[in-house]
Write a protein that binds this ligand. Sequence first.
Ligand SMILES: [Zn+2]
Length: 113
Amino acid sequence: MHELAITQSMFNLVLEQAEKAEAKKVGKINLVIGEMTGVVGDCVQFYFDFLSKGSIAEGATLSFKNIPIMARCRSCDKQFELKEFDWACPSCGNMGMEIVAGQELYVESIEVE
Ligand SMILES: [Zn+2]
């Protein structure tokens, strides 16, 4: 269910921005979602359609940019995509990892008319 809360705050932000821009209609919303957030684009779209009914954002297209989870090894400094939470470095086998990407969750831009 956490998509509902996320979509709600995203929707509020979009409306706020659209009002500032004195927009008549919101055409497209570009979202960045890191894989680590576990947020499912289809769910966000579903809740958005529901929340935006009757607002200037009704019928807006959501575009999702998915960011894979990237980790950096603390001992050899190599960066790689983290798959299935395998925390061992593929290069040196060390277990000390730092997440450098994949936790993103924000509205990158909106297109209004
Ligand atoms: Zn390493």
